[in-house]
Design a protein around this ligand. Structure first.
Ligand SMILES: *Cc1c(COP(=O)(O)O)cnc(C)c1O
Length: 483
């Protein structure tokens, strides 16, 4: 069994095995003509059930052959231009090279003695990002597993900064976020023990941006009621609409109330690399903390995310010491242990993927790809707005579109809902394209999240035709049944 350990004696075995794995994926990418095969849960379950984990194959080729059956053949492929559903993105090759390196070297970024240069590389990327945000000289941050964890940590810091100022009971603290903010804000509030009423929902305007007049009113009311305005979460790129809350106005209100300003830029962070559209994030430099998901708009493989803070000292709320890992004396010895800033202990060197990306492509290269998908979304919006078969919600600031099919002559809203739900499911089952869904005003809508610069206008037109076709088919069948 020692022949499977990666070491000085097995370098050739390693090279051959990894290459064989890569060859399988490369062959798959080259021949995939749809984002999905349409396989069902019932078809896949017995194939995976049939694998006896206590009877190993003892051979990489055989295991890869099996993997073809249980995974590779029927996986969802994000590089395909008709995958238009969620934020999981097509990935750039330099990042995938980084991924291969980081898992083989297996650095762990909790302590210097498990990563050495890895720690400095991560720190440099954090500095690079905070300077793009404009957070100032005292800024810091740390890589996380994703935007949800980044939001949780940011709100933890906000809570503990608030607590240190006044000893209020946590259930008196209030967090303000728009009605289209990410659900991890509410989840975080619960995890932080703030109670069920902690998150105050601020309504959005027609463009799905937080109404700052309403925010001002709620902040004032919070104070009047003897409650503590702990944090405002502004979203820079909402999950459904890509809308960016008015950051400068929100920053003003936060300053006025002494409230922590968190900007959830999990999606919109791609603008940090854009020459043309960086200005859409103006105001973000006034945040106390920022969430960025490189695994969304920087074309990085999962996971790659960070939480950034204006004041490095606030990260102390995540600092605990253990004799076996990061004893206090290391602070005076100036040993840079990233675990002192993180909610995690053992932690992947995800930063290496971004490092390779920036070293090979440069930030402008990444920003250009993101600009391209935003441009595509603009053109897709025009197509949708001009097409009587569809109703589209807002003109995109980034690269998502929320819309639905309005079948000719159908006025029953429940029937329109069912037709759209059916169309989404039928499309997924066909594997021809994948789109997402969401609700607007209680009604079912469909959603494109465009993150693939290879998606063309023709792809959009074709997918819209497919959606309309499935919806019409559903209505046709239902009319037959009803008559
Ligand atoms: C995706 C998203 C998150 C959550 O990020 P994960 O990486 O999926 O945990 C948070 N906020 C917004 C606005 C998002 O779009």
């Amino acid at each position: 069994m020692r022949s499977h350990l990666l070491n000085d004696t097995t370098a050739e075995h390693y090279r051959r095995s990894v290459t064989e794995g890569i060859e399988r994926v490369a062959a798959k990418l080259a021949t995939t003509d749809r984002p999905f095969t349409g396989v069902t849960v019932d078809e896949l379950t017995p194939r995976i059930d049939a694998v006896d984990l206590d009877k190993p194959l003892l051979d990489t080729t055989a295991a890869l052959d099996e993997l073809e059956e249980v995974y590779l053949r029927d996986a969802v492929y994000f590089h395909h231009p008709r995958y238009l559903a969620h934020f999981n993105c097509p990935v750039v090759i330099p990042a995938v090279v980084g991924e291969a390196v980081l898992s083989a070297v297996n650095s762990s970024l909790d302590t210097w003695d498990q990563s050495a240069g890895g720690t400095l590389i991560e720190r440099k990327l954090i500095d690079w990002t905070t300077s793009r945000v404009g957070l100032g000289p005292a800024a810091d941050g740390v890589f996380t597993s994703g935007g949800s964890q980044s939001n949780l940590q940011a709100l933890l810091l906000a809570r503990d900064e608030t607590k240190s100022e006044n000893a209020e009971h946590p259930t008196k603290m209030r967090v303000f976020a728009s009605g289209v903010s990410h659900f991890s804000v509410k989840k975080s509030a619960t995890l932080l023990g703030l109670g069920p009423d902690a998150v105050v929902t601020i309504p959005v305007d027609r463009d799905k941006r937080m109404q700052t007049v309403a925010l001002a009113r709620e902040l004032a009311r919070c104070r009047e009621e003897g409650l503590v305005p702990m944090a405002v979460v502004a979203t820079a790129g909402t999950t459904d609409f890509g809308s960016i809350d008015p950051l400068p106005e929100i920053a003003e209100l936060c300053a006025q109330y002494g409230t922590w300003m968190h900007v959830d830029a999990a999606y919109g962070c791609g603008l940090l690399a854009s020459v043309r559209n960086r200005h859409l994030l103006d105001g973000i430099e006034r945040a106390d903390s920022v969430t960025v998901d490189y695994h969304k708009s920087f074309f990085q493989p999962v996971s790659s995310s960070a939480v950034l803070v204006r004041d490095a000292a606030t990260l102390r709320h995540a600092t605990y010491h253990a004799d076996y890992l990061n004893p206090r004396r290391m602070v005076t010895e100036r040993i840079p242990n990233q675990v002192d800033k993180s909610l995690q202990t053992t932690r992947r060197f995800d930063a290496l993927k971004l490092w390779m990306t920036l070293r090979v492509m440069g930030a402008d290269g990444v920003g250009q790809l993101f600009d391209e998908v935003c441009d595509l979304a603009g053109r897709a919006w025009e197509l949708l707005a001009a097409d009587p078969r569809f109703d589209v919600v807002v003109e995109p600031q980034l690269s998502t579109l929320v819309f639905r099919h309005i079948p000719a002559g159908v006025t029953d809203p429940a029937e329109i809902d069912r037709a759209n739900l059916y169309a989404r499911k039928a499309l997924f089952a066909s594997g021809d394209a994948i789109v997402a869904g969401t609700k607007v005003g209680g009604r079912h809508y469909l959603k494109f999240t465009l993150l693939n610069p290879e998606t063309t206008d023709d792809d959009i037109v074709a997918v819209l035709d497919l959606i309309a076709g499935h919806a019409e088919q559903y209505l046709g069948e239902n009319l037959v049944e009803a008559s």
